[in-house]
Design a protein around this ligand. Sequence first.
Ligand code: CP
Length: 322
Amino acid sequence: MMRMRHLLESQQLDPDLLFHLFSQAELFRRNPNLRPLNGKIMATLFYEPSTRTRLSFESAMLRLGGEVISTENAKEFSSAIKGESLEDTARIIAAYADCIVMRHYEDGAAKKAASVSRVPIINAGDGKGQHPTQALLDLYTIYRELGRIEKMKIAMVGDLSSGRTVHSLSYLLGKFKDIEIIFVSPKNLRMKEEIKEYLSRHKVNFREEEDLNKILSEVDIVYMTRIQKERISAQDYEDAKGKYVINLNNLNLLKSSSRILHPLPHVEEIDLPLEVEQSDKRVAYFRQAENGLYIRMALLCYLLECDNFSHASTLNFVANLS
Ligand code: CP
């Protein structure tokens, strides 16, 4: 199997590689003393804000024995402010680090950087494009929570037009059988046509709805997302704000085996008391964020070729989930 060099979009990830990464993530979860990336350096280059993605990547690298260099708020504090092109920045940083994790406000920015970089580029979110490592941790969480990916019904809820997490997750789900997706959004924030066409080509059943409560009882996963004020018009934001909320009134429409995921940060679309978030097993988004650490450890090892590329350990993976 040819190794993936950069991770730019989730279409690059096939089920074999996904299960390999899941099994490596379990290995790191259970063996905190492994240091396979000793001597390696990761650069984080974030032109947009982040809590989870940047810090979980940095923690992943440090836990694996590697080191991190970073420019916080690259839009202001890198030489981009002096007019340096993204390509020049990527070429320079590739000389200082063994891989680059990059978030940018423009669609396609990671691809642009990868076209000139001699080290792996990891797309940590590009504009309204994709966020493939979020989809990776989302799928890993679904697998850990449900014990399966296939034969699963998922609702993706919120601003589906500019939400890069739902774009990447849709592409990833297109790789599996017996998946049904319900896209729940206002009419003007619907899933992109190109993604619906991709799902049709891959024979994934999907439909579009506007009423969240109507579909809650039928799904295994409800994937909530924030209405992205910063990426849509003020009018679209006002129309959509507060339209889709999980609260005490509709929580019990969900089956006891269902799970609520959210890439986070959440604002008003999750309105549950802290004690419910802490005690109700259906609330899975904090476990989901934690899973990001282990799956990013696995991804770094894979891209830096420090993993043992064997699928044998994935065979009894479900049975061994803790
Ligand atoms: N889910 C996610 O990308 O979170 P951050 O913006 O905090 O990285």
